[in-house]
Design a binder for this molecule. Sequence first.
Ligand SMILES: *Cc1c(COP(=O)(O)O)cnc(C)c1O
Length: 387
Amino acid sequence: MPARSFLPYGHQWIFDDDIEAVISVLRSEWITQGPLIERFERAVAERCGARYAVAMSSGTAALHAACFAAGIRAGDEVITTPLSFVATANCALYQRGTPVFADVRPDTLTIDVKAIADKISRKTKAIIPMDYAGHPCDFDAILVLAKRQGLTVIEDAAHALGAVYRGRPVGALSDMTVFSFHPVKLLTTGEGGMVLTNSDHFYGRLRVFRTHGITRQAEQYQDEDQGPWYYEMQELGYNYRITDFQCGLGLSQLQKLDRFLARRQHIAARYTAAFSDVSEITLPVTLPQCESAWHLYIIRLNLERLRVGRGQIFMALRSQDIGVNVHYIPIPWHPHYRRLGYQKGQWPVAEAAYEGMLSLPIWPGMANDDVDRTVDAVRSVLAEYRK
Ligand SMILES: *Cc1c(COP(=O)(O)O)cnc(C)c1O
């Protein structure tokens, strides 16, 4: 029997032509700020049906830029989900805004629109919904609410490149949509991210923020143009640029996105079929109006049917080299947020879901044998610990 290897929960899938694409950029004149950045931006915008895209050095940088573009500043409140990676809320802190956490729906674990409505105050400026595990949020209701209240919607779609909501691709739904191209995400540039928007105003702000807040367009100068060397730094921006060789990789990966998505869908369906008779777990659901990008496949343990907690199930699966993981520790539970005054116990749905959740390995390059090995391990561990 071949040696078993550790199966991570997510992994990039790089092909020879992806590698060639990077090498050819490295041999060219431009390795950063060259022509491929715009080509990659146009290709992703086109794929998602958005007018504009601005590529950044990471998804986190892209979220920060979106908060800047939305005009978030000290005193502004931003409503978001407690059940996400910390970057989803940190971007508001970077702009000295205040994240306000609204609880999630019990089925999809995406932000609950009723909970958002309850949290809106005179200080609310934006909503940051996150497409948890690749499943789109309730955008019809979120966008109606946002419009009525004059709020900007910044969609954290780090999990959801390729997902579909009511026949429309994620990327063309919200005021700004943010993607991540970290290796575990739907496609990779190593590190990288992007903001999509249909707004000329946001597009201009995103671009200027990416390069130190500097403009070289004379018609935008606030002082007199002093000559051909002249430029103006009009805002405090950052260096959030991505490189051309990363965008070469991204363009090459983008050609495989449909194949990646189909493969994720297949693996999810294989898990769902294999676990349909296992009463110790609740399986992820997809609402009829949605297609998930299946970034994660998250099962929830029905702890009242088990003799042990999530920790022991986690360890038993890890000891079989199944790289289960937990997405996510509620953001306001982290010490930095506790120091800011957030307290546990205010998001009962998210916090209860956290206690039982486990992410199973899912990535396009994973073999069916690895899916089956995961199924067998999960079934046998649950059988061992059932009441
Ligand atoms: C990965 C991720 C991010 C951050 O993206 P990076 O490219 O790693 O900076 C933000 N939000 C969510 C939900 C993520 O999963």
